[in-house]
Design a binder for this molecule. Structure first.
Ligand code: PLP
Length: 461
């Protein structure tokens, strides 16, 4: 082998100090468990799950330094030392001026939406996120999608599928006028598009355009470090820049942010709102007392704020992101070797399997993604979630939405599983793929009114 042929693999920049023991189940036990759960992975008991890929939200493993920081938590009701540490970390690493802690991301969205949105306003965004859009609507606004078309195509290999289509935005501005647009909602590493990044060039163009019109950019920065990693890997001029510097540059192109620290920031609970505007901060500081708690804790324990402050710094380490996203890519490539159809390019926080292509003999009314998630659980105890017709729900007139994408999401918790776990997951999906033609669909037997995917129940056809 020539020296230049040697591949340099990603590897974890940590070692394991403590382990959490898992219950190993038999196939018979899993068949019983999923049947009792109405073939809905959300209704499984977590102790019956071997590898849990339901979500990357709050499922991260904290470092020894974060656990040590918990002991430093200052639980004072007002003026907690831990609050000032969190504030300093956000100012240092993200560059925003004023911050208000909240118990998680949606609480920050609630406060910011109530402050900035008036009835009849329009909020353009690079694809919706469930809670973000709901808070915009509850505040009297209407969300409108301005992401590039490629984001809706699972097989487009566009490197920045999170980008804003400037022509779509200009059309919205022309139609409603800049006065009706309190801000543009920009998510970095777009969750609903499969963890796809926005480019720096696109953000700069957007900044120049909105500056002229006096429109804010509000940043959903839940996965900003993962987005920065993709900019470093794919965008011209950024290969030698650190993730830390790229994150700071992204934030500098925006006016404020909401954050779910349960993702990037490597903790199990927490979030915040940030702004560069004193007036907005003043109002937020007032409002947080109503919904969350005093502005120096916002629904968080002092120890949680300590852990977030440390987690933010750890999330910006180049080696951490290389291993985090390297692991997701490893799993994706392994599935592709087995010809399993997945959304491309591989995103930052998980693998999305195309259930329509996987189970082409099922109609969408037979719930292909729900079926596949249940089959993978039965095969190996790996828990995933449906992102298709069940998640999409019904329109106001009662008809089902029939979304183009019918996906099963394999979401990766940070620093939790090993490469051997990745092999088990890919092999399990491959063995379900091998017997795909014998798999029968499902029928829905219980349907809740709101967000039905959480609690719906099914039976085998
Ligand atoms: C998770 C998430 C949120 C909401 O945050 P919570 O902490 O779950 O309330 C908002 N935006 C995006 C993109 C998310 O992934």
């Amino acid at each position: 082998m020539k020296k230049s042929d040697i591949k340099h693999s990603w590897a974890e920049p940590y070692k394991i100090k403590m382990v959490e023991l898992l219950k190993m189940t038999t196939k018979q036990q899993r068949i019983k468990a999923i049947k009792e759960a109405g073939y809905n992975t959300f209704l499984l008991k977590s102790e019956d799950v071997y590898i849990d890929l339901l979500t990357d939200s709050g499922t991260n493993a904290m470092s020894d330094i974060q656990w040590a920081a918990l002991m430093l938590g200052d639980e004072a009701y007002a003026g907690s030392k831990s609050y000032y540490k969190l504030e300093a970390a956000i100012q240092k690493y993200y560059g925003y001026k004023y911050i208000v802690p909240t118990h998680q991301g949606r609480a920050a969205e609630n406060i910011l939406s109530k402050i900035l949105i008036k009835k009849g306003d329009v909020i353009p965004g690079n694809m919706y996120f469930t809670t973000t859009r709901l808070h915009q609507e509850l505040a009297g606004g209407t969300f409108t999608d301005i992401i590039i078309d490629e984001a809706h195509d699972p097989y487009s290999d566009h490197p920045f599928k999170g980008n804003v289509d400037m022509a779509k935005l200009e059309k919205v501005v022309k139609k409603y006028g800049a006065k009706k647009i309190p801000y543009i909602s920009i998510a970095t590493n777009v969750n609903m598009a499969g963890g796809q990044p926005v480019s720096m060039a696109n953000l700069k163009e957007l900044r120049a355009y909105t500056k002229k019109l006096g429109i804010r950019i509000i940043h959903d920065m839940t996965r900003v470090a993962e987005n920065a990693y993709f900019i470093q890997q794919r965008e011209k001029g950024y290969a030698k820049k650190s993730i830390k510097d790229i994150v700071k540059e992204i934030c500098s192109l925006t006016d404020g942010a909401t954050m779910s620290a349960k993702k990037d920031a490597l903790v199990n609970i927490g979030g915040f709102m940030a702004t560069n505007e004193w007036d907005v901060f003043e109002e937020a500081r007032n409002m947080v007392v109503v919904y969350e708690g005093l502005h120096t804790y916002g629904g968080l324990a002092g120890r949680d704020m300590e852990a977030i402050a440390v987690g933010i710094a750890e999330s910006l380490d180049d080696n951490h992101q290389r291993a985090r996203i390297g692991q997701v890519e490893y799993l994706g490539h392994k599935m592709m070797e087995y010809n399993v159809p997945i959304v491309q390019p591989i995103g930052g926080h998980g693998i999305f399997v195309d259930a329509k292509k996987f189970l082409p003999h099922l109609t969408q009314d037979q719930f292909p993604a729900q079926t596949l998630a249940a089959e993978v659980y039965i095969d190996s105890g790996v828990r995933t979630m449906e992102r298709g017709i069940v998640s999409a729900g019904r329109k106001a007139n009662g008809e089902n939405y029939y979304p183009k994408l019918e996906l099963v999401r394999f979401t990766m918790p940070r620093r939790v599983y090993t490469q051997a776990h990745m092999d088990v997951i890919a092999e399990s999906v491959a063995s379900v793929y091998e017997r795909r033609n014998s798999i029968k669909g499902l029928k829905m037997v219980y349907e809740p009114k709101y967000l039905r995917f959480f609690q719906a129940k099914f039976e085998k056809l």
